[in-house]
Design a protein around this ligand. Sequence first.
Ligand code: NAD
Length: 503
Amino acid sequence: MNAPFDQSIAKAEKHLTRFRQGTVAHLIDGKPDFGDGRTFESLSPIDNSVLAKVAHGTAADIDRAAKVAKRAFASWGKTSGAARKKILHKVADAIEARADEIALVECMDTGQPIRYMSKAALRAAENFRFFADRAPNAQDGLSLIAPGQLNYTIRQPIGPVGVITPWNTPFMLSTWKIAPALAAGCTVVHKPAEWSPLTAALLSEIALEAGLPAGVLNTVHGFGEDAGRALTEHPDIKAIGFVGESATGSAIMAQGAPTLKRVHFELGGKNPVIIFEDADLDRALDAALFMIYSLNGERCTSSSRALIQASIYDEFCRRAAERVKKIKVGHPLDPATEIGPLIHTRHLEKVLSYVELARQEGAKVAVGGGRAGDAGNYVQPTLYTHATNDMRIAQEEIFGPVLTAIPFQDEAEALSIANDVRYGLTGYIWTRDVSRAHRFAQALEAGMIWVNSENVRHLPTPFGGVKASGIGRDGGDYSFDFYMETKNIAVAVEDHKIPKIGG
Ligand code: NAD
């Protein structure tokens, strides 16, 4: 008997009833829209049963949504920053009021453990508040004085934008893209991931009920190759904020080229955590394990490569293995669960496919390496040791609860291994040597680096990656730079000589 678990199941079932009983619709112009009536199934990672039937978006649905977003932009883009701020705070209030429901539905749809998801809905509300507070100043620019001339810049919302999101922590992640777009004055067509569509339906419903005008946030469900593609190709959509795989980013760039789409990409990672022998090893171990085994390892910023100095390698791996063996795999709503089922059978197969590969390449499967249980998409937390950086388990994003541990001799070798990968999203450095920490951080090829810390986010700081991990930055003013056009206005303050032509 586990009372909190039983209660969560009962509550989740109550919230899922509406999804189980009807079709999950697009939301276009503030109204549920079923497109041509075709649907696809959203499956439970727990047992692969059908959780919901979801409207299968087409290019025609995207076209309707984009035209609505264009029309809505005419007024939302001119709504004062103060008014936008008020409405977006109401959206945040409404998210908080339904945080429990959002968390439970998200866990059931994605397989993410409730211990992490219960905070994710609140983080989403925080995202709205953060950008709401900045809405009144989003248009502010610079004044640049020249002789006889005053230049000033203003920022104006770029227009209707498309937001395309992945399945790993969909609700929080969507708000991180959508909130700044709305705060900037853009209208949005959101295409959520087909493997986790349910909380996106909640978000557009909540925003509408909280007072966001109809047509300002539209949601079209469906697959990447049709609805996603159509969104990136639509001439009325001025920019695409995309979070997902690097290969999809390349495809979107090509699809958006004919309409000169502005793109912002948050893509994959194969992030190193570098642990020197002088580090606080207890804290480094806690952080390294947390950053790869929390959120099912389905986390772009995860520390999936542990680079450990050779002098402490065996001891560190031994201690890591002891801990990894004790990680609790279970139902996402069980408060004791640390790893839930992976999102989809296809993803489970991908994660497991690396086990044989790791053995063939000569790494040791120190812990895990198989399925956990007979049903559902459960996988054992896995630790690969004695790996080298040229192995595929060290180069490719596995996106599961899987850590690859690689030894290094000295700082120079650590840096060379850390940078020898196509990705560059995050890096984590553990050392007590202050100079080395700064030196290493400056040379590490990554967009975000934490020293003696796991990933602790501060919302005004820039978020994004280099190399195959992304283009552009989110957070604070960086998001507004993407969703807005900067305009320079030059005014003569003295009569200057104007060249005469034609007489
Ligand atoms: P994905 O690229 O397969 O799909 C992401 C979204 O793109 C989905 O909504 C999908 O339908 C859509 N899509 C697919 N093909 C498309 C196309 N041709 N045109 C338009 N849209 C298309 O990614 P995923 O498997 O859902 O998510 C996991 C990936 O996301 C991992 O690589 C992970 O690292 C990355 N991710 C990155 C960040 C970050 O901030 N850098 C955050 C979370 C996840």
